[in-house]
Design a binder for this molecule. Structure first.
Ligand code: NAD
Length: 306
């Protein structure tokens, strides 16, 4: 079978990384963005990913940069949409994709939270619309949540999973089109309690981060939470839940502490203050630490899969 050709719509933070992944694994990739500056800078940004991960630069020529939307997607077997997180924009992109692609093309959206069914509402054949939720940066974080909406066919899910696996990603099948899919539900359940602990003065934000990074977070990359429950015995989880669950935060909606931070303009590293206080140097150090760690893990994973 011929190597499927890929189109990526949106060449921003996520889109250029997604394009890089497929180009590196031998696919022809056409990349589109309506913003000429963003499309123009994509080549350099993709080359930087290849450089970071030591990928063969010869594969950079697999990417074509296409200003015309319809020409970008006309021959694609898979389209990955990474446009803005706005329902009306995504819905319009998918309506246009439904008309401009081959009838067999699989149409994937990288939405973080919008239901897939709403995004694909105006595509005639909804069986080929599927969610593919990559994590930032997509070329460094292995997981992709493949989200099956009510109308998505199982064949679409299976073909998408096979494509992602062959490209070295770790796809999982999310069987229902629910807000946050799996990963963001878990991540934000943790953040809800984290914010409440800080708001109630149990600890400061730095201590909270230390507890995660140097406590249970230290084992999480190699042992998932349910695997860990099985490891110690699920009866222990039940005993803990009997005491703990009734005491956990159950504020309905965003915690007032978070709402207040945003109202005060304390948005995080970009403003020098969020949950914690930042200087340009301490913020840069966190970014570097994270990027170095993820790049090292990505290289190690690739070695393991060889
Ligand atoms: N940034 C993250 O951490 C992250 C993680 C997972 C998923 N996502 C999702 O991925 C998608 C893209 O996010 P991002 O962070 O790359 O955003 P981004 O703003 O960096 O990129 C979006 C790109 O879409 C382009 N665009 C605008 N209108 C368009 C249109 N009509 N058609 C095609 N492209 C258009 C913009 O010019 C921009 O380059 C969003 O749905 C976002 O929720 C983001």
């Amino acid at each position: 079978m011929a190597t499927p050709s890929i189109a990526v719509i949106g060449a921003g933070l996520m889109g250029h990384g997604i394009a890089a992944i497929f180009a590196a694994s031998g696919h022809q990739v056409s990349l589109h963005d309506p913003d000429a500056n963003i499309l123009g800078s994509a080549k350099e940004r993709i080359a930087a990913i290849f450089d970071l991960l030591g990928w063969d630069p010869a594969a950079l020529s697999n990417v074509t940069y296409v200003a015309a939307f319809a020409r970008c997607v006309a021959q694609a077997d898979f389209v990955f949409e990474a446009g803005p997180e706005k329902l009306e924009v995504k819905r319009a992109i998918f309506k246009a994709l439904g008309e401009a692609t081959k009838p067999t093309a699989i149409l994937c959206t990288n939405t973080s939270a919008i239901p897939i069914g709403l995004i694909g509402a105006e595509v005639a054949d909804k069986s080929r619309v599927v969610g593919t939720h990559y994590w930032n940066p997509p070329h460094l974080v292995p997981l992709v949540e493949v989200v099956q909406a009510e109308s998505t066919s199982l064949a679409t899910v299976e073909k998408t999973i096979a494509l992602l696996k062959a490209a070295g990603k770790s796809p999982v099948h999310v069987r229902r089109d629910i807000p946050g899919f799996i990963g963001n539900r878990l991540q934000h359940a943790l953040k809800r309690e984290a914010i409440a602990l800080v708001a109630e003065g149990v600890c400061d934000a730095e201590t909270l981060d230390t507890v995660v990074k140097e406590g249970f977070g230290a084992r999480m990359a190699v042992c998932g939470p349910l695997e860990q429950s099985d490891l110690v015995g699920v009866n222990l989880t039940l005993d803990i839940h009997r005491t703990l669950i009734p005491d956990l935060d159950r504020t309905p909606g965003p915690h007032p502490y978070l709402v207040e931070l945003v109202a005060k303009g304390e948005l995080g590293m970009s403003k020098g203050k969020g949950f914690r206080t930042w200087t340009p140097e301490t913020a840069a150090a966190v970014r570097k630490r994270l990027s170095d760690f993820l790049a090292q893990s990505a290289r190690a994973l690739k070695e393991k899969k060889r």
